[in-house]
Design a protein around this ligand. Structure first.
Ligand code: SAM
Length: 277
């Protein structure tokens, strides 16, 4: 930072890694082979980028901060397998990125800017046909939500949305002092292995998520009451909901946050049939 006279821009979530332990943990979790192609989001000052370049066949690094681009180019000048793009990752078309820069699917490795963690994770999930694996540094609370079991305080819509399409491992937790400047929150590395098929088959995934959202809409309320009040779909009246809960063997007095993905899948399948009848 001194050499290039860089000041961290907190609005862009700039907290640069200054500890090799998390770096090595991320590289190990990414299981890189020399054939692998990698997208790095937010390369910053390139600590992860150069390690990725020496392990993978190709690295595309997407950085939003224009002032960092010439610095990154200088820091990676010894590598021929790097492409640095100045862009906002949320605006990137992943299909186009693949076509323009990669030969096949690509892994994502990133120390994320925390202010856009959820949209980036959802973008990875939506593009799982292109991305077999993502290794991400996230806020510890997000890592806990991604790996939460039903009935725990961290279990929520994000847990379900991600675990429907991926297997998530908590790799390690990282203290604030591993970054410069240190962030306000603790961090963790997660390994997200994308599934080609969802964890549970449902005919209508949009309806499945409507049921999940409605059930979580009123935390601490019973699943029966939350669905009756929140599920605004024609035909999904209290009677249909009661019958669907009965048929799936789900106690209507349970809270929405205690149902597993499997139970939500069964409930949404049966409810959908009732509504269509
Ligand atoms: N990879 C570096 C490291 O580990 O030291 C920097 C990580 S820092 C937590 C996050 C990086 O993401 C910063 O370089 C920041 O400028 C960049 N960034 C922030 N918003 C972005 C966006 N929308 N698209 C791409 N990069 C972004």
């Amino acid at each position: 930072m001194k050499k290039y006279n860089v000041r961290a821009d907190k609005r862009l979530g700039q907290h640069f890694l200054v500890d090799t332990r998390p770096l090595m943990a991320m590289l190990e979790a990414a299981k890189l082979s020399p054939q692998d192609e990698v997208l790095e989001i937010g390369p910053g000052l390139g600590v992860l980028t150069t390690e990725l370049c020496s392990r993978a066949s190709r690295v595309v690094a997407v950085e939003k901060d224009r002032q960092l681009i010439p610095i990154l180019e200088d820091l990676t000048r010894d590598f021929k397998n790097i492409c640095i793009l100045e862009a906002d990752v949320l605006k990137l078309d992943m299909e186009k990125l693949r076509k323009d820069h990669f030969n096949g699917g690509f892994k994502v490795v990133a120390n994320l800017p925390y202010y856009i963690t959820s949209p980036i994770i959802m973008k990875i999930i939506e593009n799982r046909h292109l991305i077999p694996l993502a290794v991400l540094m996230v806020q510890k609370e997000v890592a806990q939500r991604l790996t939460a079991e039903p009935g725990t305080k961290d279990y929520g819509i994000l847990s379900i949305a991600v675990n429907m399409y991926a297997d998530v491992n908590m790799v390690c937790t990282i203290g604030k002092e591993a970054f410069l400047p240190p962030p306000k929150v603790e961090s963790a590395v997660v390994q997200i292995m994308l599934r080609q098929k969802p964890r549970e088959e449902v005919d209508d995934e949009a309806f499945f998520f409507k049921v999940v959202e409605a059930a979580f809409g009123e935390r601490r309320k019973t699943v029966r009451n939350s669905l009756s009040r929140r599920l605004k779909i024609q035909g999904s009246d209290s009677e249909a909901i009661d019958q669907a809960l009965k048929e799936t063997g789900i106690d209507p007095m349970r809270r929405g946050e205690t149902l597993s993905i499997k139970e939500y899948a069964e409930l949404s399948k049966v409810l959908k049939c009732k509504i269509s009848e």
